[in-house]
Design a protein around this ligand. Structure first.
Ligand SMILES: NC(=O)C1=CN([C@@H]2O[C@H](COP(=O)(O)OP(=O)(O)OC[C@H]3O[C@@H](n4cnc5c(N)ncnc54)[C@H](OP(=O)(O)O)[C@@H]3O)[C@@H](O)[C@H]2O)C=CC1
Ligand SMILES: O=C(O)[C@@H]1CCC=N1
Length: 273
């Protein structure tokens, strides 16, 4: 059986682990996580029944798949003491870190079969979205294993070039935060229009869920679904005109450009050392 080690047990690792266990994709005793935080480790054991370690070396000692889920800025320091073991054992290495390139990951880890994955936190619910890109040394079996693991947390898609991972980061990696910001804004505006906090929150969340479900389960494109809500001379028309007048599309484009640019910057900042 495949033993999986997560290095770093924070937000993204927790979401993937939760998704894997929720779907029954991996038995909890085959998931090992290392994290320096005692509270973090206790939470992971309590919530998921997985095996936790303070030492990263202990976590990877029998793993066939090692998932790197630490901040990009920590990656070099985390991999340095693991390099000899990883180089000898050659597990499939999957990094979820933004902006750390495959050549850099290979150099720092001593692994050849390396996958860059860009997941998102809705993985926890089974509705994650992940972009994947593999080094050429990744075998078909390892690709299939990657598909099985990340596919258990939602949609998993291979992209054609490594550069696309920065675009995926700007779109679906960071994307949940964009929707959460819109939700926050709608709740605040609903309260200002006279609703109670609870009413504004529950109606906002249900509307987000309904719109997401409708758009993803329908063959009808989002622009047509939007038109179907927008009665001529009605209320939605006024709201949409306000969004368009404030150049919402340009704002979204600028925001995603900034996120993708930051991913590339991280690669430049962290990749040379
Ligand atoms: N959050 C997200 O939505 C997404 C994140 N990612 C990527 O996932 C990675 C992790 O991000 P995220 O989960 O948000 O960050 P978190 O800070 O929540 O998780 C990182 C975890 O790693 C721990 N850690 C720190 N140092 C070490 C070490 N030496 N060895 C092992 N673990 C260590 C941290 O502990 P402590 O807190 O005590 O320092 C923390 O618990 C990043 O590279 C990010 O780019 C990718 C897609 C989406
Ligand atoms: O903000 C970040 O850098 C990470 C990567 C994508 C989502 N969170």
């Amino acid at each position: 059986m495949t033993q999986i080690a997560f290095i770093g047990g924070g937000n993204m690792a927790t979401s993937i682990i939760g998704g894997l266990i929720r779907e029954g994709a991996v038995s909890p005793d085959l998931i090992h996580v290392s994290d320096p935080g005692a509270e973090q480790r206790e939470r992971l054991t309590r919530d998921f029944g997985i095996v936790t370690h303070e030492s990263n070396l202990d976590a990877i000692s029998s793993a066939t798949v090692v998932i790197l889920a630490v901040k990009p800025q920590m990656m070099k320091a985390v991999l340095e003491p693991l390099q000899a073991t990883l180089n000898t054992r050659q597990p499939l290495l999957i990094s979820v870190a933004a902006g750390i390139s495959l050549p850099t990951l290979k150099e720092w880890s001593g692994c050849t079969a390396v996958v860059r994955a860009m997941p998102n936190t809705p993985a926890l619910t089974g509705f994650g979205a992940t972009g994947l890109f593999a080094s050429e040394e990744v075998s078909l079996d390892q690709r299939n294993l990657t598909d099985t693991l990340l596919g258990a947390t939602g949609l998993a898609m291979w992209v054609q070039t490594e550069a696309e991972i920065d675009a995926v980061t700007a779109l679906s990696g960071s994307g949940p935060a964009y929707y959460f910001l819109l939700m926050e804004s709608m709740i605040d505006a609903g309260i200002k229009l006279g609703l109670s906090e609870e009413t504004a929150r529950r109606l906002t969340l249900q509307t987000a869920l309904g719109a997401g479900k409708m758009a993803s389960s329908s063959d009808v494109a989002p622009d047509e679904l939007r038109r179907r809500v927008t009665s001529p001379g009605g209320t939605t028309e006024q709201a949409i005109a306000t969004f368009e007048g404030a150049h919402l599309r340009d704002i979204v484009k600028a925001a995603m450009d900034a996120a993708a640019r930051r991913a590339a910057e991280l690669s430049d900042e962290l990749g040379n050392g």
